[in-house]
Design a binder for this molecule. Structure first.
Ligand SMILES: [Zn+2]
Length: 297
């Protein structure tokens, strides 16, 4: 019996030894990978801080890259009162401060989802005042087919016609709205993209009207704040950045939305990249046609 056992031991010992050496090699390799990742992260954070100082403090580098055509009449199309502060802040401030540029804001719902349509409309006017948008340039729609709801996709035709009416009325040369992901994938936000895309593909928008969409980024980049500066700088052609003073102003504008100023939105405002960085994309007809085909499916 003892002879059988020693035979078994002599077969297994080399295999166990081999497993142990593999385990050791794997552990060494993982340690090295972690060390490299840590070094990369430290380097990346230092790079971001340096870029932040170069752009914001020392003003030696410009992050801002503007739209090519000089805009005279800009229309922001949003879905709910507070979208202008939550997502479009740096872009809104860029245009409201531009001499000779008139900024309009069109909101396609009054936020009745919370049963506070009148209050939210009043809050929107107060927030726009802080941002520098004149009262007579604010258009608020209240259409029964365009309810404030996360689960309702607005009919593109109806939203499109409402938008087109304002574009023609004010002779808009620059239209800015959400992209197809709507920042938070809120269906109301995404609907605005498809409404404007519909206008573009059916050639109803005047040729003089350029359309730009606010780029949605993944969840990691969304809460990276200044850590997103290098990525946005490399990847985006149109970009705006808010200074610390601008961020205080955006916070004050958001505070006008008292009914919405709850803890999770305060948290969002503190960490969201959209409070500091906005990157835009010019709407491209070929991309839109593909998006509309996929949307139909
Ligand atoms: Zn919204």
């Amino acid at each position: 019996m003892s002879q059988d056992f020693s035979w078994l031991q002599s077969r297994w010992i080399p295999i166990i030894g081999w497993f142990k050496s593999i385990q050791l090699e794997l552990r060494t390799y993982l340690n090295e990978v972690l060390e490299h990742l840590l070094l990369f992260l430290i380097f990346y954070i230092i790079l971001c801080l340096l870029l932040y100082l170069l752009i914001m403090q020392w003003k030696l580098l410009s992050f801002r890259k503007d739209v090519k055509v000089t805009p005279k009449r800009v229309l922001f199309v949003i879905a709910h009162p507070d979208d202008e502060c939550m997502f479009f802040g740096p872009t809104v401030l860029n245009f409201t401060r531009r001499p000779g540029c008139l900024v309009y804001l069109m909101c396609l719902s009054t936020g009745k989802n919370y049963g506070m349509g009148t209050i939210r409309k009043r809050e929107l006017y107060a927030a726009c005042k802080v941002l520098g948008i004149k009262e007579e340039c604010i258009i608020v729609q209240n259409h029964s087919y365009l309810p404030d709801s996360m689960s309702v996709k607005w009919p593109a035709e109806i939203a499109a016609q409402l938008i087109l009416h304002q574009v023609a009325l004010y002779d808009i040369d620059t239209l800015i709205t959400f992209d197809k992901h709507g920042i938070s994938r809120h269906l109301n936000h995404c609907s605005l993209y498809f409404a404007v895309a519909h206008l573009s593909t059916t050639k109803q928008l005047p040729n003089s009207c350029n359309v730009y969409v606010l780029e949605s980024v993944n969840i990691v980049r969304k809460y990276w704040l200044l850590l997103d500066i290098p990525i946005s700088y490399i990847l985006s052609r149109i970009r705006y950045i808010a200074t610390n003073t601008d961020r205080c102003l955006l916070k004050r504008a958001m505070q006008q939305h008292q009914s919405q100023y709850v803890w999770f939105r305060k948290l969002f405002l503190r960490f969201s990249r959209y409070q500091m960085i906005n990157t835009l994309q010019k709407m491209d007809r070929q991309d839109i046609e593909l998006d509309l085909e996929l949307d139909d499916d």
